[in-house]
Design a protein around this ligand. Structure first.
Ligand code: SF4
Length: 375
């Protein structure tokens, strides 16, 4: 998410609006946020104005002034502006992808969580609804729902799914959930009550056994709950993706995890092996967790081919091409969100940069084995 900061003037509550860099007819300014290097007292009627100028003498209207890098805001972006002067870009106008952070709360305590759980601000649902209401219908191809753990705010989740089905009927929806609460069949039924064939449940599985999985998740019984959640969704005819995040704790057992998935859940639509983002809790536990993708390339190769040969649908997320054996390139996806994606200095001379998904710019550490390829 792009964040800018400035000095707020004349408002006390968060404002959400659509960026415009050209002056608009006064009748359509109400939901617009005017961004300009020059603001004067003739600017009125906008939800807010953002400027790099130092504004001191305008008594009315909401402003954030003295903002640097206002040029990063482009027409159609949806931004949240706070009375503390923070400007958060909630949706980029050029993106066909949108993520709804439905809650910060979680019922697990994963050792590598990139966004450690916290309490929700009271206006979180209002903010999410407002942002969605400002996105042009039909402009999205994909919507991710994430948290925290979305199922801990069940009513909000169900309302959001209903809203998305009626307002973005053509968008694919990925619901990132640990699946634990879905071990309750009645609760799983509530979540799937909104019949949306474009909804995919994305559920992480870190091990082929409860001891390792529960240790990573930080909750005894988590493995059993997640497996039961997956079976309940299968009974209810839902599509699922199983996500295997690779870390030091589990890389040696990747083939065993593959075999476990094949034997116990051959019905899942997709399996993703995922490189890790070393931020949040993962950064705190770096010494325990860090493993260079180069170090587990053999295990990953074996795990992917084990499933591929058995007709399963596989992808590799978040691992750049230079850290993968070439036969695995066909499974590598451009999976890192645009605002997190980065290419390092060696990438400038790499012949496959166009095809490569890059690395997490948000990670505290990068592989020392990233090196340009010449094909
Ligand atoms: S050098 Fe950079 S662009 Fe090339 S494969 Fe590696 S990460 Fe990707």
């Amino acid at each position: 998410m792009i964040n800018l900061v400035g000095i707020a003037l004349n408002f006390q509550y968060p404002i959400i609006g659509i960026v415009t860099t050209t002056p608009l007819n006064p009748f359509i300014r109400r939901e617009r946020i005017f961004v300009s290097t020059k603001i004067n007292s003739s600017v009125f009627g906008y939800a807010c104005c953002i400027t790099s100028q130092n504004v001191v003498a305008i008594p009315r209207g909401s402003f954030v002034h003295s903002v640097s890098q206002t040029e990063t805001l482009i027409d159609g972006d949806i931004v949240l502006v706070t009375p503390e002067g923070r400007i958060n870009v909630m949706h980029r106008s050029c993106d066909a992808d949108h993520t709804v952070f439905i809650t910060n709360r979680c019922n697990s305590r994963c050792i590598m969580c990139p966004q450690p759980p916290s309490n929700d601000p009271p206006d979180l649902q209002d903010i999410n609804e407002k942002v969605l209401s400002l996105i042009k219908a039909g402009s999205l191809q994909h919507i991710g729902i994430t948290g925290g753990e979305p199922t801990v705010v069940l009513d909000q989740l169900c309302q959001t799914l209903v809203y998305l089905k009626s307002n973005f009927p053509n968008a694919f929806i990925s619901l990132l959930t640990n699946g634990r609460r879905l071990s309750d069949f009645n609760l799983a039924k509530q979540v799937v009550a909104v019949k949306n064939k474009k909804l995919l449940f994305c559920i992480p599985l870190y091990a082929d056994n409860d001891v390792q999985h529960d240790a990573i998740v930080g909750v005894p019984g988590a493995f059993a709950d997640t497996i039961q959640g997956i079976y309940n969704l299968y009974r209810l005819g839902r599509r699922m993706e199983v996500r295997v995040v690779v870390m030091r704790q589990n890389f040696a057992r990747l083939t065993a995890i593959s075999e476990f998935i094949y034997r116990n859940m051959p019905f899942v639509a997709h399996i993703a092996f995922m490189g890790m983002e070393y931020t949040g809790e993962a950064e705190q536990h770096l010494e325990d967790l860090w493993v260079d993708p180069d170090e587990y390339s053999q295990q990953l190769y074996a795990a992917v081919w084990h499933l591929h040969r058995r007709g399963m649908n596989i992808s590799i997320y978040n691992i750049p091409l230079c850290l993968l054996a070439e036969p695995l390139w066909r499974f590598a996806r451009d999976s890192i969100s645009t605002w997190k994606k980065n290419y390092l200095e060696p990438c400038n001379s790499c012949s496959v940069k166009e095809k490569c998904g890059g690395v997490f710019g948000t990670s505290a550490v990068q592989s020392e084995n990233i090196s340009p390829l010449s094909l």
